[in-house]
Ligand binder design. Structure first.
Ligand code: HAM
Length: 447
C-alpha cells in the first residue's frame, strides 16, 4: 500500500461534523419544531448565510460585533457571516414583505457564526431555530411567542425554565439615576451598561459609573432591581421605581403579559435582571434555561424589538425568539426507530459472459428500484462475491437480502430469492410476493 505523505486536515476550531446518527437526532428535533411552528400559523423563510456587514453593525450591539466573522469579498464589499437571524429576517421583511398584511408570523432554521471561545455547547458555527411575529409587540404577541417556545419544548419532552424581564424598565431606571446626578449617558454608554448587566459584571458597572460621577450608593436601586426574581418581583419593582419616580409602563406591560401567559398555562418566573446581549430589544425580554446543561444553560433568547426603521422601513414593533438548536440537541432524548433496510445482491456466475452479467445487473437495478418505493434499499456496486456481499449486508444492518443469480434469472421475470437475515429463512418468489412478505414480517414485528 502506498502511504500518503499529505498532512491530515482538521476541522476548523469551533465547528463540528455530524455523523448519520447525530443527523437523525437533529432532523427529528427540526421536524418537531417545524411541525409546532406550522400548526401555530408560522411560515418558514430562509435568508442568505452572509450579508453586508453593515446590517449587523447598525443595531445588534458591540457584543455581537466583537465576535463577527467578517471579510471583504473580491468586489471590495464588506461582508459578514450572519451571527444571528433576526436582523436578516427584518432586512428581508423591509425588502420583500413590507406590504404584507400584519402581523406576519415567520420561522427559520439556519446556521450562525460567532467567533467565541469554543467550549461545551458553545461553538463558532451553531444553528438557531427561531420565530418572529412582525407587526406586534403587545402582551398578547409576547405571550404567543413565549407559549410557542414552551410548546416546542413540551413536544420535545425537554424541561426548562422560562424567565422574563424588561429592558425598558432597566434603561428608564438607568436614565433616572443618571439624571439625578445631572449626567446623561450617550446611547453607546447606555448600551455598554446594559451589556455589563447582561454579563453580571457589577464591579465594572460601578467603575464606569464612578468615572461618570455617579456614586455606588445611587446604583444600589439598579442592582436591587436586577436581583428581583420570582413571585414578589413585580411588587418590589413598583416600589423601587416609585422611590426613583421612574416610569413604570414596562412593569404594567409585564403584568399584562403575566395574565395572558396564565391563560396559556405557561409556567414562568419574572427576572428583572435579564438585559440580553443584543441591543435591538425595546421592552419585554426572555430567556429559557435548561439545568441539564452546565455552563451554557441558555437554550433560547428573545423579546420585543424595533429595527425595521433602521433598515429603511418604517417602525414596526416585533417580537421573537431563537432556540440554540445545538444545545437542544445536547439534551434531547431520542431512540431512533430501527430502520428496515433491504440489500439487493447480484451474484454473477464465474463463467458468465459480459452480456449475461449485463442482463443480471439490469434485473438487479430494476428490482432495487421497485423495492425503493416501499423500503430503504441498497445494491452492490463492487461486483463482489455472495459471501462478501452478505458480510456487507450484516455490517450495514440490513434485515433482508434479495439475491439475484443464475437460478433467479432462470426462475423467470421478476423472480428473486428473499432471505431474512435475522431468521435465515429464504424463499424464491416473484418480487411482489417478496414485498408482501417483508411488509407482513415488519408489521408482525412492530405489533
Ligand atoms: P441570542 O440569545 O444571541 O439571541 O441567541 C439565541 C440562542 O442561540 C441562545 O439562547 C443560545 O442558546 C444560542 N447560541 C448563541 N450563541 C451560541 C454559540 N456560540 N453556540 C451555541 N449556541 C449559541 C438571538 O440571536 C436573537 N436573534 C433571538 C431573537 C429572535 N430575538 C428576537 N427574535
Amino acid at each position: 500500500m502506498v502511504r500518503s505523505a499529505a498532512k491530515k486536515i482538521e476541522r476548523v476550531k469551533g465547528t463540528r461534523d455530524f455523523l448519520p446518527n447525530e443527523m437523525r437526532r437533529r432532523r427529528e428535533i427540526e421536524r418537531i419544531m417545524r411541525d409546532v411552528a406550522t400548526r401555530w400559523g408560522y411560515e418558514e423563510v430562509q435568508t442568505p448565510t452572509f450579508e453586508h456587514a453593515e446590517l449587523f453593525m447598525l443595531k445588534s450591539g458591540e457584543g455581537i460585533l466583537e465576535e463577527m466573522y467578517e471579510f471583504y469579498d473580491r468586489g471590495g464589499r464588506h461582508i459578514a457571516l450572519r451571527p444571528e437571524l433576526t436582523a436578516p429576517v427584518m432586512r428581508m421583511f423591509v425588502n420583500e414583505l413590507k406590504m404584507a398584511r400584519k402581523p406576519l408570523r415567520l420561522f427559520y432554521f439556519g446556521n450562525c457564526f460567532r467567533y467565541e471561545e469554543p467550549q461545551h455547547a458553545r461553538y463558532r458555527e451553531f444553528w438557531q431555530f427561531g420565530a418572529e411575529i412582525i407587526g406586534a409587540d403587545t402582551p398578547e404577541a409576547q405571550a404567543e411567542v413565549i407559549a410557542l417556545a414552551h410548546e416546542m419544548l413540551k413536544e420535545l419532552r425537554i424541561s426548562a425554565s422560562i424567565e422574563i424581564g424588561h429592558v425598558g424598565v432597566l434603561r428608564d431606571m438607568l436614565k433616572c439615576i443618571c439624571s439625578a446626578y445631572g449626567v446623561s449617558l450617550s446611547d453607546a454608554e447606555e448600551n455598554r451598561v446594559m451589556r455589563l448587566i447582561d454579563k453580571g459584571a457589577r464591579e465594572q458597572i460601578e467603575d464606569f459609573m464612578r468615572h461618570k460621577g455617579i456614586h455606588e450608593d445611587a446604583l444600589n436601586t439598579l442592582f436591587q432591581m436586577t436581583e428581583l426574581r420570582g413571585a414578589n418581583a413585580l411588587d418590589n419593582a413598583y416600589e423601587l421605581l416609585e422611590s426613583l419616580k421612574s416610569n413604570s409602563d414596562g412593569l404594567r406591560e409585564l403584568e399584562a403579559l403575566s395574565d395572558v401567559l396564565a391563560a396559556y398555562e405557561v409556567p414562568f418566573t419574572l427576572n428583572l435582571g435579564i438585559a440580553r446581549g443584543l441591543e435591538y430589544y425595546t421592552g419585554t425580554v426572555f430567556e429559557i434555561y435548561a439545568s441539564q446543561l452546565e455552563a451554557q444553560r441558555q437554550i433560547c433568547g428573545g423579546g420585543s424589538y424595533r429595527i425595521a426603521h433602521i433598515f429603511g422601513g418604517y417602525d414596526v414593533p416585533s417580537t421573537g425568539f431563537a432556540f440554540g438548536f445545538d444545545r437542544i440537541a445536547e439534551i434531547f432524548e431520542y431512540d431512533a426507530p430501527p430502520q428496515l433496510k433491504v440489500i439487493v445482491i447480484p451474484v454473477y456466475a464465474k463463467n458468465a459472459s459480459p452480456e449475461r452479467r449485463k442482463e443480471l445487473l439490469k434485473k438487479a437495478i430494476r428490482i432495487a428500484s421497485r423495492l425503493r418505493t416501499d423500503f430503504i434499499t441498497i445494491s452492490d456496486v463492487l461486483g463482489r462475491s455472495l459471501s462478501a456481499q452478505l458480510a456487507y449486508a450484516d455490517a450495514t444492518g440490513a434485515t433482508f437480502a434479495v439475491i439475484i443469480g443464475e437460478n433467479e434469472m432462470k426462475a423467470g421475470e421478476g423472480h428473486v430469492t428473499l432471505r431474512n437475515l435475522i431468521t435465515g429463512e429464504q424463499k424464491t418468489a416473484h418480487i411482489n410476493e417478496c414485498i408482501s412478505m417483508i411488509h407482513a414480517w415488519s408489521s408482525n414485528k412492530n405489533r
